[in-house]
Structure formats: structure tokens, C-alpha cells
Design a protein around this ligand. Structure first.
Ligand code: G4P
Length: 533
């Protein structure tokens, strides 16, 4: 253990804010930056979300892509801690991007709209958090609207997200009568003015629920209701167990209105106290602790330059252990090659800054000319790869058809690079060099066609292929060869040359599993605990 690294690790909190689109992720992010002093006025950081209606507005996509580079990681200091917020795309077609970003964080804040409650994306995101036991804090937003009853919302969270909850703040009023939140965790109430672009001015702080001042501030009826609620909540939920939260088994819940800056500081203060420091990560050979001397890190996201004249990209690396230094050679394990980085950057709102050094929990942007793909690991010489960045089975499959035989080379290069970035998954089939592209959303296909044409000069089209699932297959070699012979038209390889079975229907897959007991069918490319039996 290196004491100077321990000190840096203990300072850091790296997390992502996730939500169903429109629940208020962007607004909350901005308000956290505002409270952290990283921005002076909310509304300055543009949203990176690709608007639902903009599926064919490519310029919009390009613009958004640029913005999302800048807002990919936002860092600020708050009460002696360094907070790294990793941004996730709101659009559901980019769910894979979100899943991968979640591998690079140590905890998440899940935003829920109090009017809509738990939505489809909320459930999916929570599933991913549960897979890795990621600690989750829930922020119930938009209390200034006539939303659902707080007790009902808490029940809905427990039921639909399969996690125990424990409110740590409580709303005073709801909708028109919403006045702020009471801090259940220390029994105090900060009364502030409503403020949309700034931090609301503090009017009073009360530390006693029975103080006559309370009724003066919020009204008799509200004061009685609050006292009743607090008693009830404490009775129902018992003590908050921070260990359960860190184990991903209990979600503390905060209420507020991101737009009006209510309930944010109350959450942030508790967040920095309870949220985990940068955690260890599993590699193919061992457990890697953040406080180790030597640098290790992995790439979880790659972003192409939005200017097509410069083919460089930015690879985002999460540092797992040790210290990263500019202009120092590190070992790229997959390529078995030493690389050094003269311009590593960190991001803040819309600006990029050169970094000299970075520590576990930090994310550095590395300029790349094609050396990286998602999941790549850098070390100081050790041969190991970090686990936990699998490919999931795509949901939509299409075959990529080249429309210009003269540009076959450009197409090859383009599709290789785009799929290295994780825009989509590429499966190849021989003979014939057929290329199947798998994604989780339609939008990716539009992005791919557009980028292939504009960045690589390759013209192509897609033909729909109705596959139900891609399953990675492993097991007895002879049996697999036999299976391949029977299912040749459904067998492809992924980019790492792993065998993949594209099943047309759930029934076909079920039959294949039943009739091939010596073959394992996996739903992700990382063959662990996910065998479909
Ligand atoms: P997202 O990133 O999760 O997709 O959500 P975003 O923050 O963009 O918020 C979605 C909409 O909800 C925005 O309105 C935003 O102003 C609003 N919103 C966020 N927090 C609150 C809140 O506490 N109370 C209320 N009433 N509204 C809130 P919009 O009309 O879609 O966009 P805009 O034009 O206002 O930016």
C-alpha cells in the first residue's frame, strides 16, 4: 500500500446518475455542479440527451455526440472530496453505453420522477446495478408537481426494483405546497428560497421538530403532518444500515426538486459521507486493489472525434490502481505493446484540461489513433485483463450490405472502428465475409450508415434479419463442431473470434439448449454465471 495513493483514493467518489429519460438526470447533474462550485449558473451545461424526436436529424446527433464528450466526466470538489460524475446517455438506444459506463463507477444515483414512478428504463438500469451489487441512492424528483404519495412511491420502489429502501429525507408538502425536505438522518430542516439557476438563499435552519418556528415557516397543518410522517417513517423503516447500502442491498432515498434546487444539498452531504471510495476490480488473474503502487486501468468508452478530418478518438480509461502520469510508458495488454500519452485530458462541463497525473476512481481521456477498444487494460507490465465489460446479446440484428465494391476496404475499416467504439456489435460469417450488426436500438443503424458514409466514404445499406438472440457458445469441441455443421447459417464469430449462435426464436434456442447438453449457451460474452439452462 502506498500512503500517498491511499490518501488520494480516500478523497474520491466516482458515480453515475441514471434515470429513465426526462426524470431529471441532466437537471440534477447541473445542480450538483452548482453546489460543488464547478459552475456558477445552472443552464450552462447543455444536455447531452439525444431528443426522442431527432432520430433522423443527423447533425443533431453529431452535435450531441460532441457535447457528450465534454460532459462525459464531470469533476468537482466538495467538502474535501473529489467527486467524479460519469454521464450516461438518456436515450434507450444507447443502453449499452450506459451499461458499460456503470462498470467504471463505484455507485449510482437513480433519479425517479415522482409523477411517473418507476419506469421501464429505471427497471433495466437497476437490473444492471444489481448484477454488480452497485450501491444505489434514489433521488425522487419533481416534488413541486402533484406526484404520487411518498409512501406509495417507496413501496413501488421496493416492489419493482427488488431492493429494500430507507428514506433519509422527507418532503414537506407536495406539488404547490412543497416547501423543501426534512433531513431524517440528522433531524434538521433547512428552509431556503426557491431558485432555478442559483443556490436558493437560506432563510432558516431548524434542529427541533417541536420548535414553534416550524409552523411559522411552513404552516400549522404542514408542521403537524411532518411530525406525524417522521414518527411513522422512523417506525416503519428502523435504523439506516450503511453496510447494507454498500453491499447494494439497501437504497437510501432522498426527495427533492432538482429544478428548484430543493433537496440537493441534503442528498449531497450524506452522499459524500456514505458513498463508497474507489473499489477493487476483478481481473482475469486476480483482485486488484486501488491502493496498489502500480498503475492499472481499463477503457470503458471510446468516442470518435466529431470532426471527420481528424480520425483520432478519445478512449476513456478508468484508473483502478496506482498513479497515472502523463508522458509515461504503460503496457497495453491486448496489443502487448508499450504506449505513452502526451495529452491525457480530464473534462469539466464544456472544457477539456490536460492532466499531469490521475488516481484510482479518476477517468482520463486518452487520444487514440486506433489502438484501443472497449475493455482494453493498461498496466505497468502485468499481463491481465479487467473483467466485467461483457457484450450483451443485442436485440436487433441487420446484415450490412456494401453498395460500392470499390470501397470495400473503407467499409471494413469503418465498421471495425465503429464497433470498437461500442456503437454496435459486429458478427462475421464465413464463407462470404457476411457482416451482421447487432444493436439494442434502431438509432444505432442510422448512426452507423451516416458515419460510414461521412467518415469513411463507404456506402451501404442494412437488411433486417429476424434473430431473437445472440448466444455465445462454449463446451465440448467435437459437439460444437457437430452443432456448427447443422446450424451453419446461424453461426457467426464476434470480434474476438468467439463462436456465437444466432437463434431465430425463443423456441429454437430452447430446443438447441435441450438437445445439446454438452454445449453451454451464454447470454453475454463473459462466460460467467449466465449459462442459459
Ligand atoms: P433527463 O436528463 O433525465 O432526460 O431530464 P432533464 O433534466 O432534461 O429534465 C427533463 C424535464 O424535466 C425538463 O423539462 C426539466 O426542466 C424538468 N425537470 C427537471 N427537474 C424538475 C423538477 O424538479 N421539477 C419540475 N417541475 N420539472 C423538472 P423540459 O421541459 O423537458 O426541458 P426544458 O426545456 O425545461 O429544459
Amino acid at each position: 500500500m502506498n500512503p500517498s495513493i491511499v490518501k488520494e483514493v480516500e478523497k474520491r467518489k466516482t458515480f453515475a446518475i441514471i434515470s429513465h429519460p426526462d426524470a431529471g438526470k441532466t437537471t440534477l447533474t447541473e445542480k450538483l455542479l452548482l453546489f460543488g462550485g464547478a459552475i456558477q449558473t445552472a443552464g450552462a451545461v447543455k444536455s447531452n440527451k439525444i431528443k426522442k424526436t431527432a432520430t433522423s436529424d443527423f447533425m443533431e446527433i453529431e452535435k450531441q455526440r460532441g457535447i457528450s464528450v465534454a460532459t462525459s466526466v464531470m469533476t468537482f470538489n466538495y467538502k474535501g472530496k473529489q467527486i467524479n460524475i460519469l454521464d450516461t446517455p438518456g436515450h434507450k438506444d444507447f443502453a449499452e453505453d450506459t451499461f458499460r459506463t456503470l462498470t467504471a463507477v463505484d455507485s449510482v444515483i437513480l433519479v425517479i420522477d415522482c409523477v411517473k414512478g418507476v419506469e421501464e428504463q429505471t427497471e433495466k438500469l437497476m437490473e444492471v446495478c444489481r448484477m454488480r451489487d452497485t450501491p444505489v441512492i434514489v433521488f425522487i424528483n419533481k416534488l413541486d408537481r402533484e406526484g404520487q404519495d411518498p409512501y406509495e412511491l417507496l413501496d413501488e420502489l421496493e416492489e419493482k426494483l427488488s431492493i429494500k429502501v430507507r428514506p433519509l429525507s422527507w418532503p414537506i408538502g407536495i406539488g404547490e405546497t412543497f416547501k423543501g425536505v426534512y433531513k431524517l438522518y440528522d433531524g434538521s430542516f433547512r428552509f431556503t428560497e426557491t431558485a432555478k439557476t442559483k443556490i436558493g438563499k437560506e432563510v432558516a435552519v431548524l434542529n427541533d421538530l417541536n420548535s414553534p418556528e416550524l409552523a411559522k415557516l411552513i404552516g400549522d397543518k404542514e408542521a403537524d403532518k411532518l411530525r406525524e410522517d417522521v414518527e411513522l417513517v422512523e417506525g416503519i423503516y428502523g435504523n439506516f444500515d450503511a453496510e447494507l447500502y454498500l453491499a447494494g442491498k439497501l437504497a437510501p432515498v432522498f426527495f427533492g426538486s432538482a429544478l428548484n434546487s430543493f433537496g440537493i444539498q441534503e442528498m449531497l452531504d450524506k452522499f459524500i459521507e456514505i458513498a463508497p471510495f474507489p473499489k477493487f476490480r476483478e481481473s482475469t488473474t486476480r483482485h486488484v486493489n486501488p491502493t496498489e503502487d502500480k498503475l492499472t486501468g481499463f477503457v470503458f468508452k471510446i468516442h470518435a472525434n466529431i470532426d471527420p478530418r481528424h480520425r483520432d478518438r478519445i478512449a476513456f480509461m478508468r484508473i483502478v490502481s496506482g498513479k497515472f502520469d502523463r508522458n509515461t510508458f504503460y503496457y497495453h495488454v491486448r496489443l502487448d505493446k508499450e504506449l505513452k500519452f502526451s495529452n491525457p485530458v480530464t473534462f469539466m462541463a464544456e472544457s477539456k484540461n490536460l492532466v499531469e497525473s490521475a488516481y484510482p476512481g479518476d477517468v482520463v481521456g486518452l487520444y487514440d489513433t486506433g489502438n484501443f477498444k472497449i475493455g482494453d487494460t493498461l498496466t505497468e507490465g502485468e499481463k491481465m485483463i479487467f473483467k466485467g465489460i461483457p457484450s450483451f446479446s443485442p436485440e436487433i440484428f441487420k446484415e450490412l450490405i456494401n453498395l460500392d465494391p470499390m470501397k470495400a476496404k473503407q467499409l471494413e475499416k469503418g465498421i471495425e472502428q465503429l464497433t470498437d467504439e461500442g456503437v454496435a456489435q459486429l458478427f462475421r460469417q464465413e464463407p462470404g465475409n457476411r457482416k451482421f450488426i447487432g444493436t439494442v436500438g434502431e438509432l444505432q443503424f442510422e448512426v452507423i450508415l451516416y458515419r460510414l458514409e461521412h467518415e469513411y466514404g463507404a456506402k451501404c445499406r442494412f437488411e433486417a434479419r429476424s434473430f431473437y438472440k445472440a448466444c455465445w457458445i462454449t463446451g465440448d469441441k467435437a459437439k460444437i463442431n457437430e452443432f456448427i455443421r447443422f446450424k451453419a447459417k446461424n453461426i457467426v464469430t464476434d470480434k474476438d473470434h468467439n463462436l456465437v449462435f444466432l437463434a431465430e426464436t425463443a423456441w429454437v434456442l430452447k430446443t438447441a439448449i435441450e438437445t445439446n447438453p454438452d454445449i453451454q449457451f451464454h447470454t453475454t460474452s463473459e462466460f460467467k454465471d449466465d449459462v442459459l439452462i
